[in-house]
Structure formats: C-alpha cells, structure tokens
Design a binder for this molecule. Structure first.
Ligand code: FES
Length: 163
C-alpha cells in the first residue's frame, strides 16, 4: 500500500473521532483494524491530529501487545507464554518458530506468509505448550512439532497451486 493510500485510510478513520488525547488508543485500534498494522505514516497522521509528539504515539504502539508495526502475514503464529505454557517450555517453542521462520516475535516473513508473536494465556492450559495458528489453538506444540506444522501449510499451498 502506498504512503498516500495509508494517509487516506487513516484520515478516513480520524473523521469519526474528536481531537481528544484520550482517543489515542481507540483511534489506533480502528486504524489497525483497517490497515492490518500501524505503519509510520499512519502514526504520524494520528500524532498530528491529536497534537501529540510522534514519539508518544510510537511509545504507546510499542507498549501494547495488541498493536503491530509490521504488516500481517497470510498466516498468524501466536505462541502462548502464559504461566502454564511457560512452565512447559513455551519459550523454547517460540525459539523454534523464530529459527524456522527466520523472524522475531512481532515480525512478518519477507514473503508475507507468516507473522509471529506471543500471546498471554488463551484458556487451554491443559494442552500446554500452546501455539495458536490462524486463531486455532494447537496443543502440545514443542519444538519437534514446529516443522510438521509448517509442512502442513506447505502442502496446503502446493495443493492450491495444482488446482
Ligand atoms: S498458559 Fe497457555 S493456554 Fe493457558
């Protein structure tokens, strides 16, 4: 999406808000809902609209886990790091995803196939460690399962190409 398009979408969102500083988070949520993430140009538009320093807006975006600085991938990978998953090696699973996808948490692969992030407890602790793939919680995802899950995505992709 071009810078101009990003600005247009952001300005469209801003039309339904007053210039109250307390609107910052709802505005950011709405802009992200529209763009899928919060690019630099959108944050600058929001900062100008509310009369806030851009660094303040950036600080809020990076503070809250709900906001993304990168465009989303086609598939989302969310590694649960709630207490139960942490105890069962959630961080080790996260490392495996990072290595396999060659990205860090909060990033998107260069081919835009996957984005990776962490989540707090998703409510299925008995299946710990949990990875949520495209909104679907997968249980007992230890590092040895990561390759298999990625293979399933690759097969699906190849299957679609043949159709
Ligand atoms: S801690 Fe991961 S699902 Fe509850």
């Amino acid at each position: 999406m071009t810078e101009e398009k990003i600005k247009q979408h952001t300005r469209q969102v801003l039309k339904s808000f007053s210039k109250k500083k307390g609107n910052l988070i709802p505005i950011l949520q709405r802009v992200q809902g529209r763009l899928g993430y919060l690019p630099r140009e959108a944050m600058l538009e929001v900062a100008e609209f509310l009369g806030l320093p851009p660094i303040h807006v950036y600080g809020v975006v990076t503070f809250y886990n709900q906001f993304r600085l990168n465009p989303p991938g086609k598939h989302s990978v969310r590694v649960c790091l709630g207490t139960a998953c942490h105890m069962k090696g959630g961080y080790i699973t996260l490392d495996a995803w990072k290595r396999r996808l060659s990205i860090g948490a909060g990033e998107t692969t260069t081919d835009r196939e996957f984005d990776l992030d962490t989540v707090a407890c998703v409510g299925c602790c008995v299946m710990a460690p949990v990875t949520v793939l495209d909104e679907k919680p997968m249980g007992k995802v230890d590092p040895t399962k990561v390759d298999g899950l990625l293979l399933a995505f690759e097969r699906e992709r190849e299957g679609k190409k043949k159709q």
